[in-house]
Design a protein around this ligand. Structure first.
Ligand code: PAF
Length: 291
């Protein structure tokens, strides 16, 4: 595996692979890799000729009171995992190289970026789309792989790719869960054993909604109420939002007849976790990829 530290050196390494006729699959990450990331890398390996992974804890997507300083950084271990997955290129730039002094250009997907997590994390998605746009320019991937766990991020990146004509196909990979249902996340590392148990309330709330939907409930209001009730039963968990939306526009929907994304965000202690489920119908109506 080649490790590239600057945008110029990464661009050159990718250009060489393009020149050799290889299709590049990009997996953007912030490191602290877990099985969820590895599933993206395996999908990239299966669908591309060269796999590029980026590890960059992007300061632009963290708010002033968020966990940028304490975000887990495990580069050595990450490199071992990537070597084992036979990744070709690792891009691990510094903040200065990604955002040289005086950088004042941003990419914003208006509207969508203020929904779901965007409401409680102002500026977060502007940071995500700016860094992902930069990665797309540096790598020029044929395919880019993102996890469904960050459902709003996926919708926003798909919109950016469409609106700005990025010549890349976005591949969305399913959520990877622990045996008991907890969605894998780098932030799970912050949870102590008691919080780890409390965190299961998110999955339980989604399963409750899924069961109600499977047995015929179509009213969003009723589904949201049921989901919120499950969260409220767990005193260690503080709800941020529980919403039922259109998976592409992130607009609220009043009934789920045409499918819907059910998304939850909640604090367990000071750790903010997210999870979601796509209800029947939405997965068929949603394009798995664009580009
Ligand atoms: O999902 C993430 O880890 C990040 O938001 C991403 C896409 C790597 C951009 O920093």
């Amino acid at each position: 595996m080649k490790i590239l530290k600057t945008p110029d050196s990464m661009y050159a390494a990718c250009a060489q692979r393009h020149h050799d006729g290889r299709r590049i699959g990009l997996v953007p990450t912030m490191g602290a890799l877990h099985e969820g990331h590895l599933s993206l890398i395996r999908a990239a390996r299966a669908q591309s000729d060269a796999v590029a992974v980026s590890i960059f804890v992007n300061p632009l997507q963290f708010g002033p009171n968020e966990d940028l300083a304490k975000y887990p950084r495990t580069l050595e271990r990450d490199c071992q995992l990537l070597e084992a997955e036979k990744v070709d290129l690792l891009f691990a730039p510094s903040n200065q190289d990604m955002y040289p002094a005086g950088a004042t250009t941003f990419v914003t997907v208006e509207g969508l970026s203020e929904r779901l997590c965007g409401r409680s994390r102002p500026g977060h998605f502007r940071g995500v789309t700016t860094v992902v746009a930069k990665l797309f320019h540096i790598v020029e991937p044929d395919l880019a792989f993102f996890g469904q766990k960050d459902a709003a991020q996926v919708a926003i990146i798909c919109r950016m790719v469409r609106d700005l004509n990025f010549p890349v196909r976005i591949v969305i990979c399913p959520i990877v869960r622990e045996k008991d249902g907890l969605a894998m996340s780098s932030r799970n590392a912050y949870l102590d054993p008691q919080q780890r148990k409390q965190a299961l309330a998110l999955y339980r709330s989604l399963m409750r909604v899924q069961t109600l939907a499977d047995t015929g409930e179509r009213s969003t209001a009723k589904l949201v109420e049921a989901g919120k009730d499950v969260i409220a039963e767990e005193p260690g968990v503080r709800l941020d939002y529980f919403e039922v939306v259109n998976p592409e526009t992130l607009d609220p929907v009043s009934d789920i007849s045409h499918g819907a994304l059910v998304a939850v965000a909640a604090f367990v202690g000071s750790t903010r976790l997210i999870d979601n489920v796509v209800l029947h119908g939405a997965s068929e109506s949603r394009e798995p990829s664009v580009g």
